[in-house]
Each structure stands twice: as structure tokens, then as C-alpha cells.
Design a protein around this ligand. Sequence first.
Ligand code: E4P
Length: 222
Amino acid sequence: MRLFLDTANIDHIRHGVKLGVITGVTTNPSLVSKEGKVDYKHLVQEICSIVPGPVSTEVLSQDVSGMVAEARQIATWAENVVVKIPASLEGVEATHQLAKENIKVNFTLCFSLNQALLGALAGAAFVSPFVGRLDDIGEHGMRLVKEIVEVFKKYPDSIKTQLIAASIRHPQHCIEAAEAGAQIATVPYQVLMQMIRHPLTDIGISRFLEDWHKVMGEGKSI
Ligand code: E4P
């Protein structure tokens, strides 16, 4: 399983990559807007230069020709850029056109197995089921991840699309995405920070140091 960071914040991306656990990034118009009134192309190019793997960034058009035109432009920004196309009917057609041009698509805003299937069949490199947003309306977001993983697994010859578990809200989502067999989970920075924390680890570190210093003397290191 791989971990991506779901943010457009440069400091957070630098930190995640430095930790050695973040191999990709996903952004969306809301996340980019959080960074203020930025130069979109410049920001995406900077992210792409920091991150070793795919960086997904979204089109704004909703019609096929607009999406395709924007995607073609975005695809020239960096080698590792991936274009996010929404899971609409127009999005399916745009994905198909872009896949024929070898432009990598992340089929985003997926809320059903059928949407994920159509994205995969149209040639998307990634599909992104939004777990948290399904939970928000009383559905079981992770169940969708499991379903997609199971169905894609049945067709290894025809479906090469990877699943990105998205809209991750807490560390338990990461555990469940890993258990479900998601190839990737894209996590907010705050969730990444929460993933490493455990009170027993903090207590354990303090206790080891206390015991050491009691015998070896205060401030004595290795
Ligand atoms: C994924 O690609 C999206 O950017 C993201 O996960 C959306 O998450 P949200 O539902 O927390 O906005």
C-alpha cells in the first residue's frame, strides 16, 4: 500500500516526503483555494518537483471539450502530473479521450461501484472513492472501497486501474483502507500526524530515559 498526501500545502508536502512515507499528492480546487490566491500552474509544478510520484490536480470545466483541453494543458506542466476528472458522464468520455492520448487520469468524486467501473473501463489510471463524504450522509464509505477492490481483482487482465481511498478523515480509515486492499490512501496532513501517535509510545520513551538517567546519571547520553 502507498500513502499520498491530500493537500496543496508546500510545507506539509515537504515534511511528508522527508519522512519517506509520502509518494504522491492529491489536490482539488478546494485544497488549492486554502493556500490563498495562488498561481495554479506554478503551485502544481512546485508540488510535482518535491514529490517522487503522481500529483493529481483537477480540471474546472464540466463539458467534455473543456475538460480535455484543460487536461492537455495540465499534462504539460510536469512529468508526474495526473489529471483529476470528475465521475460524470462527460467525465467518462473525457477520460476515454485522455487515456488514448496517454494522459493519466484520476477519476475523482466516485461514490458508487458503477462510477468506479466506468472510470476504469474508460481508461483511468486511478479511481478515487470518497470514503468520508459517504460516511457523512450515513452510508458506509469503506464498504465501497472493499467492493471496488474485490471487483477490480476479478479482472486483472482488463482492469489496470489503481484505487485511491480518498476523503480520509481519521487514522481508522487508513487501517481499514489497508485491510480492504486499497493500493493507495490519500490522507490529510493532520491524519498523517495522528497515524504515528500512541500514548504508550510516549510513556515508554519517558520511562526508558528515566530508568537510564537514574543509573547512568542526569544528562548522560550514549
Ligand atoms: C481526494 O482526491 C480529494 O481531494 C479528497 O480526499 C477530498 O476529501 P474531503 O471529502 O475531506 O474534502
